[in-house]
Design a binder for this molecule. Structure first.
Ligand code: BTN
Length: 277
């Protein structure tokens, strides 16, 4: 397996890459503050769709809701891809769900593990988070110019790489599966899955992706969950995913159904493993 802490990573990845657009060109950094921040700069300067940024480590990895993303060197994947979809800005959150499906498909293909997606876009293995996704868009006068799709996957991180307070919630594919993951092979496979799903989404919309998302979902219909949503805490029973990726819940006592567009989900009683149809 190639080792990856230098530009050998990129040479190996470039040789294995079978995409038409995504990952072309590829910018690699031994260390950077955030691949998303750098990719956004490239996007503003006019970089083409598909341009990707990969770093061996990040000093200021960005997570959702202003959190930081732990980004140690030599073990994981930190990837940001510039997309320029001709769609309204309101549909951009769907790219988070799309990326989660691409990561889950890659985990199955490369590692033979059973991942589970926690709405909207965390990928878990054995109930612990191994991947985070952060889509950030650039607009001009309300029109969408570009999206930076950032994906962090904990591939070979040892437990000691995670701060104490994250160790019961986060993991790596090595810790969960017991086998080292070939980083360039994982990155090449991920870009292939992303491209295939992105083309499908552009041509047919989110509905075409929904079965794949549901296939990997971390819950069954009827699961009791609570969601820390921007509008407050909502508790209810999962009804499913709407045609645009919104979460449909039947709310606790009122029995009314709710559509949620964002939030942090907690499953009452913990997560099931991915559901296979
Ligand atoms: C989350 O909070 O779950 C989202 C984490 C996203 C992390 C990735 S790592 C590559 C890209 N660069 C960043 O700074 N963040 C994303």
């Amino acid at each position: 397996m190639s080792d990856p802490a230098d530009s050998g990573f990129v040479d190996t990845l470039s040789r294995q890459l079978q995409t038409q657009v995504l990952g072309k060109p590829l910018h690699f950094f031994t260390t950077i503050d955030s691949t998303n921040t750098y990719a956004a700069q490239l996007a503003r300067a006019g970089a083409a769709e598909g341009t990707a940024v990969i770093a061996d480590s990040q000093s200021g990895g960005k997570g959702r809701l202003g959190r930081t993303w732990v980004s140690p060197a030599g073990v994981n994947l930190y990837l940001s891809v510039i997309l320029r979809p001709p769609v309204p800005a309101a549909t951009v959150p769907q790219l988070n769900l799309l990326a989660a499906v691409a990561v889950a498909d890659t985990v199955v293909q490369v590692c033979g593990l059973t991942p589970a997606i926690k709405w909207p876009n965390d990928v878990l293995v054995g109930g612990k988070k191994v991947c985070g996704i952060l889509a950030e868009m650039q607009t001009e006068g309300g029109a969408l110019r570009s999206v930076v799709l950032g994906i962090g996957v904990n591939l070979n991180a040892p437990l000691s790489a995670f701060p104490e307070e994250l160790r019961d919630k986060a993991s790596s594919l090595l810790l969960s599966g017991g086998r080292l993951v070939d980083r360039p092979a994982f990155a090449a496979a991920l870009l292939t899955h992303l491209e295939k799903l992105y083309v499908l989404w552009l041509e047919q919309g989110f509905l075409a992706l929904r079965p794949a998302w549901e296939h990997h979902a971390a819950w069954l219909m009827g699961t009791q969950i609570t969601v820390a949503a921007p509008e407050g805490i909502v508790a209810g029973t999962v009804l499913g995913l709407d045609s645009d990726g919104a979460l449909l819940l039947q709310e606790g006592n009122s029995g009314t159904s709710r559509r949620l567009l964002a939030g942090d989900v907690t499953v009452v009683g913990g997560y099931t493993q991915g559901v296979r149809s």
